[in-house]
Design a protein around this ligand. Structure first.
Ligand code: ZN
Length: 199
């Protein structure tokens, strides 16, 4: 489990990245850290990209409905408009942001803000997703969380798309994706029959 470093004597803020596949608990971990900061009387704000409208429009909602109110933004630079007096900034679904996000979070960290970013490290093709690889490069702390592969019980690192759509961004949940380990992911739709969801 991630334990926060000692705040005392810290000159600047810093960047934490929580990454992993779908259903790996990224948002739950983001919410856990933000709630702890809130209990410590820190001013927190959470941002998410406006295109992620899967659930309630103003909440970061994880799969277990453990929600915190969030601010939807169209582009990453819009975050600057909201951060006065903020100690901790959370960013959810970071993979959907533009590539300026890396610059934005670094500026926030220099200003003394603790930035916690959560996002998918890979898209459904297994390629690095949006600004995530750059964010991982500049972060002080990285946490990679895993799901469990429903086919073999190994740790799942990949998001396998069950539907036939080919675009990089197709919003969906268990109707469209399942977490898979590297081997089961590489087997592709051979395994779809076993789960009975080949449409
Ligand atoms: Zn597997």
């Amino acid at each position: 489990m991630f334990l926060e470093p000692n705040f005392k004597g810290q000159r600047s803020g810093w960047i934490e990245v929580i990454c992993g596949s779908m259903f790996s608990g990224k948002t739950e971990e983001l919410i856990r850290r933000l709630k702890r900061a809130k209990i410590a009387h820190q001013q927190i704000l959470i941002f998410k990209p406006k295109k992620d409208v899967r659930y309630d429009d103003n909440s970061v909602v994880s799969h277990d409905s453990n929600a915190i109110e969030s601010i939807p933004v169209v582009k990453s630079e819009d975050i600057y408009d909201h951060i006065a007096n903020t100690n901790v900034v959370g960013i959810d679904e970071a993979q959907f942001f533009d590539n300026k996000l890396t610059e934005v979070v670094q500026k926030l960290a220099v200003k003394g803000i603790r930035v916690i970013v959560a996002g998918l490290d890979m898209d459904f093709m297994g390629n690095p997703f949006g600004p995530m690889p750059d964010l991982l490069a500049v972060a002080e702390y990285i946490t990679k969380v895993h799901a469990i592969c429903p086919h073999c019980g190994s740790l799942a690192t990949h998001s396998y798309r069950l539907s036939q759509e080919k675009e990089q961004v197709v919003l969906g949940e268990k109707d469209k994706y399942e977490p898979r380990c590297r081997v089961c992911y590489s087997m592709g739709n051979i395994l779809d029959f076993r789960q009975g969801h080949l449409d």
